[in-house]
Design a protein around this ligand. Structure first.
Ligand code: 5GP
Length: 235
């Protein structure tokens, strides 16, 4: 089997591998794009994809389990692990610390599987630097209207939270040029198929009808027209 020379796995292991070499997959998206659903669908019942379990200092939400959803750590413990070089990347997101333990990437148990990282764009950039062979995929919503419907459907969202998520989206979308691929989550199954083809065959997905810059312009327009009072201080 040929394959790019890269980090992590030796030529011997590559030749011995029964399938194309596994590479870390970083998924990023703006909120309301379905990133978490996509990641779950890739991993659930699969022997080809496995989740990287991040560490975080945010408290567990109801139903979340330590060591399953996240490794929940206090700030001191997290800081100590940063000092000890235990994270391949880490970032402060919404005022909490989040990081990918190196052990999640290197785990023997994960050998031969794509480790799926559901992390923010700062983390994605760091991963690409640390592991150039990682595949960075940015998931876009099919339209700003659909993104807004999905955002509001979370139910719990007060307008100021929606405004905050839209502001984050404006920022996150600036990172799209740093990503290897952009896919659109219009139909979930098609989106998953595109991601699998990228991972297994390096196949380019269909070009999005609306690119990241168009989406940013639309989001900025909605922020101005509908959420003006909530964003005045933040922009
Ligand atoms: P939540 O607290 O809602 O689970 O996640 C909040 C944000 O933190 C999401 O954008 C998520 O992708 C990001 N995140 C989760 N784990 C990590 C991580 O290990 N590293 C980085 N950089 N971001 C993460």
């Amino acid at each position: 089997m040929s394959g790019r020379n890269g980090t992590g796995i030796s030529a011997d292991e590559e030749v011995a591998g029964r399938f194309p070499r596994a590479r870390p997959l970083v998924l990023a998206a703006t909120s309301g794009t379905g990133k978490t659903t996509i990641a779950r669908r890739l991993v659930d019942g699969s022997d080809r994809y496995v989740f990287s379990i991040s560490a975080t200092t945010r408290p567990a939400r109801p139903g979340e389990r330590d060591g399953v959803d996240y490794h929940f750590l206090d700030e001191d413990d997290f800081e100590r692990r940063i000092e000890a070089g235990e994270f391949v990347e880490w970032a402060r997101v919404h005022d909490r610390l989040y990081g990918t333990p190196l052990s999640e990437i290197e785990s023997e148990a994960h050998r031969g599987r794509h480790v799926v990282l559901d992390i923010d764009v700062q983390g994605a950039r760091q991963i690409k630097k640390a592991i150039p062979d990682a595949v960075l995929i940015f998931v876009l919503p099919p339209s700003v209207d659909i993104m807004m419907v999905r955002l509001k459907r979370r139910g719990t969202e007060a307008p100021e939270n929606i405004a905050r998520r839209l502001l984050s989206a404006l920022d996150e979308l600036k990172a799209v040029p740093d990503f290897d691929y952009v896919v659109v989550n219009d139909d979930l199954d098609e989106c998953l198929a595109e991601i699998r083809l990228i991972m297994e065959e390096g196949q380019e997905p269909a070009a999005p009808e609306m690119d990241a810059e168009d989406l940013r312009a639309e989001i900025a327009r909605i922020l101005d027209s509908e959420y003006g009072p909530y964003v005045q201080d933040e922009r």
